[in-house]
Design a protein around this ligand. Structure first.
Ligand SMILES: [Zn+2]
Length: 228
């Protein structure tokens, strides 16, 4: 299906053109917004099943500690996308072999979630943070996308602007990522030299209020969240 349609309207009266446009508009309203359109903000109405911003942070830290960095980055990317990350994006993030299967791929997230439930931090009925979505059919089916539960998308999006979320979990690669336009320096830069070379600068986001410390230099940690 093409994205556009060219019509020759030279023979039509202005009223007929208006009528035509009105018909198209009404068809759009019936069809509803595109499922993966950038305007889809259905997460705004998501009910809570127990997740908090602190628990999302615990989840992210656990994934990082366990070395599940592809799952972590896919989770973060899904939130940037408004909730979904495609199979293609995951293969790109992970540098995966095209033949690879994503069977049990969300297991690390399930494990962390189960631990949070066992600890009593999350209720038993809490939504899983990220689930695979399969192409319809029977037999072996590939997951074509992964979806972060809307309540987590809502928590993160309401707490942090998109530009700040892009800095999250960038690790030492973040040393070279410049502050975005809304980040304002707080206080003076701190220099550390000797065997460990690092410069530290605090920032506060004028958009969402998030506070950061940016460590550059050979030993810097990159973008470190000071608040959320
Ligand atoms: Zn921000």
């Amino acid at each position: 299906m093409t994205d556009s349609l060219t019509l020759d309207i030279r023979d039509l009266a202005p009223a007929q053109v208006a009528q035509l446009l009105e018909t198209i508009r009404s068809m759009r309203t019936v069809a509803g917004p595109a499922e993966r359109g950038p305007e889809d903000e259905s997460w705004r109405d998501a009910p809570s099943t127990g997740w908090t911003l602190d628990l999302v942070l615990v989840l992210r830290e656990n994934l990082r500690r366990r070395g599940n960095v592809v799952q972590l980055e896919a989770f973060n990317q899904a939130i940037r996308n408004g909730g979904e990350v495609s199979r293609e994006e995951i293969f790109r993030i992970g540098g995966y072999d095209p033949k690879r299967q994503l069977k049990n791929w969300t297991k690390p997230l399930r494990t962390v979630t189960s631990e949070l439930i066992e600890r009593g931090s999350l209720p038993e009925y809490a939504e899983f943070p990220m689930e695979a979505d399969y192409i319809e059919g029977s037999g072996y089916r590939q997951a074509h996308l992964f979806r972060v539960t809307p309540e987590i998308v809502k928590l993160v999006k309401e707490a942090m602007c998109d530009d700040c979320w892009k800095l999250v979990d960038t690790g030492t690669a973040g040393r070279k990522i410049a502050p975005h336009a809304r980040l304002k320096p707080v206080g003076d830069i701190r220099h550390f030299s000797g065997s460990m070379v690092a410069d530290e600068q605090d920032y506060r986001c004028a958009e969402c209020g998030k506070e950061w410390m940016h460590e550059t230099g050979n030993s810097g940690m990159g973008w470190v969240e000071s608040s959320h």
